[in-house]
Design a binder for this molecule. Structure first.
Ligand code: GLN
Length: 351
């Protein structure tokens, strides 16, 4: 062997060692938190916010005003499949806008990211989630799948032209993410179906701009039903953990969606997951998240855990007060923020 190839070989070995080292550091940085740390963080947050009664239930959907405002549940599921719960983690409530994440996942799987970007858009609108002005501004384009015009258009993109085709697949993907069979909260569905004239108007306008190809009335109805799927904080934590785990449900081990679709979903969660407060949330917590007017919030710490909290009273932006605080505290305690990478010997926050 001549000198050049020997030095090449040495160089190659050096590079391999460096790559393995970097991989090990990345691996360690993304390792799920320990049982002791999770329990400590969850107990602390639950105790701190149990008696916080700020905010008010959503009431524009009459049935949501009836939900017990005292309910407070937290769930956290690690990417290695450990499930932690606290408080009213089994209490069922309607998923509302959090369903937009999973219907988007289905459409990405069926139609691909390009189709979503073209037909719906992926930018924050800077307007309220059911804004009609935002539709008019760009003739139905440049919305995103988490505001109502974009979400209803996304539901419209689910393959199949009949209500039953679309609905069957939407419910199934929610089941796969949760790892169990979910059912619709009929009183919430009926309550919203009787009062969703604004969403119907949004759907017709999106249809007028060619963004919804099927019957807007049928698509709005399927959308309304997906928002009324009943979940609990534990279900939502498993669903979030599936997003943290490359699309594999860490409890059932089923590959629910392709890993390649996850960064697309998390990007929209980061920029538009908490309505007008998405920037404030990302600034303080750093986790892609999604809230619903039922009082649930999910957040994803990639490679580490999915977390969810539920408490019906909402703040002025429409996000659950206690769910936001609990998730923020727990994630910060567990070094959940993917942007906060520190050298291995300085992993503990100094703030
Ligand atoms: N079903 C609700 C609506 O369309 C969902 C809104 C939400 O959770 N932000 O108004």
């Amino acid at each position: 062997m001549n000198t050049i190839s020997r030095s090449n070989q040495r160089w190659g070995r050096g590079v391999l060692t460096a790559v393995l080292f970097v991989a090990a550091v990345v691996q360690a940085a993304a390792a799920p938190p320990s049982k002791a740390n999770v329990e400590k963080a969850m107990n602390a947050a639950y105790g701190k916010y149990r008696d916080l009664h700020e905010g008010k239930n959503a009431d524009y959907i009459p049935a949501l005003a009836e939900v017990d405002s005292n309910l407070f549940g937290i769930g956290l599921v690690t990417t290695d499949g450990k499930v932690y719960t606290k408080g009213d983690s089994e209490a069922l409530f309607s998923i509302q806008s959090i369903s937009k994440v999973f219907t988007l996942a289905l459409v990405l799987k069926e139609a691909g990211p390009e189709a979503v970007q073209q037909n719906v858009g992926v930018d924050a609108t800077g307007e309220v989630f059911n804004s009609i002005t935002a539709i008019e501004r760009y003739k139905g384009a440049q919305e995103n799948p988490f505001v109502n015009p974009g979400a209803i258009a996304t539901t419209g993109m689910v393959q199949g032209h009949e209500d039953a085709d679309k609905w069957g697949k939407i419910l199934q993907i929610h089941n796969d993410f949760a790892g169990r069979e979910l059912v619709v909260n009929e009183p919430v569905y009926k309550s919203e179906a009787a009062t969703n004239q604004r969403n119907q108007a949004i759907a017709w306008l999106m249809s007028a701009y060619g963004r919804i190809k099927d019957d807007p009335k049928m698509v709005t109805d399927v959308y309304t039903r997906q928002c009324a799927i009943n979940v609990n904080a534990k279900d939502l934590a498993v669903m979030a953990a599936t997003l943290a785990n490359g699309g594999i449900n860490p409890v059932t081990k089923k590959q629910v969606i392709p890993a390649d679709d996850i960064p697309k979903i998390l990007a929209i969660m980061a920029t538009a997951g908490l309505y007008d407060d998405s920037g404030i949330w990302l600034y303080n917590v750093g986790l892609p998240a999604k809230s619903g007017v039922g009082g649930g919030i999910i957040a994803v710490s990639p490679g580490k855990f999915g977390i969810a909290a539920f408490s019906p009273p909402l703040d002025a932006a429409g996000n659950s007060v206690r769910a936001q605080r609990a998730i923020q505290d727990i994630s910060n305690a567990l070094d959940g923020n993917p942007y906060a990478v520190r050298p291995a010997d300085k992993r503990v926050s100094t703030r």
